[in-house]
Write a protein that binds this ligand. Structure first.
Ligand code: FE2
Length: 335
């Protein structure tokens, strides 16, 4: 993508302790229409980074105090900024530097002396990727905001999505699911009920049990939610969780009446956490159960053939022996 294709000029942070190098790059990049910010050392780089939130960073490795690896590692350790591309500028043939750069999370490398054509090609290609990531993140944020606004309608389910998201991730990790599945659980925890946007408030907020007719409307929400999220490619693994989070192992759930392992494991994980949260929070038509009563109830429902006994067992051990707060999903910066 050429600079001309950007709606706004992309901002590039150039970090180098040699003034001549900074000036050279600034001239080159500004001449191509980029907005250029410069910093002369690592500490200044981090300050400028948080002040200007650049779209890309060109980072010299050898600098006094905080070097390029350390600056890069800090940018990449932060959930909010980890997707900002960083190009490290290393000495020619410095293999060690490349290894350290990869470990610090650098997206690309340039070697001195810098080839201007190569610099522009790398900058352009990483900015293209960044624009794409930004677009996806915006779409995700809209979905999350919609899901939270639905949750916000009902004072009885306040905080439900966040709790669900956290518990589902921890349970997924405990069961040895892949990082992609754990990420999907995190997202599904937030958006699984987004389809309730199509349920009228009179039904959604009814302070009593629903009639059969009202249940019919309510039971549509997994399918509606799946349809709302379907256009997002990054939600590929989230869709089956949304669709199947109300299935039951014996086939008596909805919308498809799936049985046993035909229900995706991620959906089985979310539903266990969802059921627990529903049992342990107050609703207009019922009080909150204690943890032990909720676990007992879930045990009975496993015996009835509703939930996956192994997953309920793992969940029980999770809530009775809590893990440290810093879970793998948090370390990996899932959001
Ligand atoms: Fe639901």
């Amino acid at each position: 993508m050429s600079q001309a294709e950007h709606a706004f000029p992309a901002t590039i942070l150039v970090v180098d302790d040699h003034e001549a190098n900074r000036e050279l790059m600034e001239e080159l990049l500004a001449g191509r229409g980029f907005k250029v910010i410069t910093a002369a050392d690592g500490a200044a780089a981090l300050r400028e980074f948080s002040r200007t939130q650049p779209d890309l960073v060109l980072l010299d490795v050898v600098m006094p105090h905080l070097n390029g690896f350390q600056v890069c590692a800090r940018i990449k350790a932060n959930q909010e900024t980890r997707l900002t591309p960083v190009i490290l500028i290393t000495a020619l043939s410095a293999r060690q530097d490349r290894v350290a750069g990869i470990e610090a999370g650098a997206d690309d490398f340039l070697t001195r002396p810098i080839d201007q054509t190569e610099l522009l090609a790398r900058v352009t290609s990483l900015l293209k990727l960044k624009a794409h990531t930004d677009e996806l993140e915006r779409a995700e944020s809209v979905l999350f905001a919609l899901a939270r606004s639905i949750e916000g309608k009902d004072p009885y389910t306040q905080g439900h999505c966040e709790r669900l998201s956290q518990y589902a991730c921890r349970l997924g990790e405990r069961l040895g699911l892949s990082q992609d599945q754990v990420t999907a659980l995190h997202r599904a925890g937030i958006v699984h009920d987004v389809g309730k946007v199509a349920v009228p408030d009179a039904v959604l907020l009814k302070p009593a049990r629903l009639t059969e007719e009202e249940w019919k409307v309510m039971r549509e929400h997994p399918v509606v939610g799946e349809r709302i999220c379907a256009p997002l490619k990054s939600f590929r693994l989230v869709l089956p969780i949304i669709r199947h989070h109300h299935e039951k192992l014996d086939g008596s759930g909805y919308p498809d009446g799936l049985k046993g392992e035909a229900i995706p494991i991620t959906a089985r994980v979310l539903q266990v956490v969802d059921v627990y949260d529903a049992l342990t929070t107050v609703r207009p038509y019922k009080g909150a159960l204690s943890t032990s009563d909720a676990v007992e109830t879930m045990g009975k429902e496993v015996a009835k053939g509703w939930w996956d006994g192994a997953i309920v067992g793992a969940f029980k051990s999770l809530i009775t022996t809590p893990e440290p707060v810093q879970t793998r999903s948090a370390r990996a910066g899932v959001h």
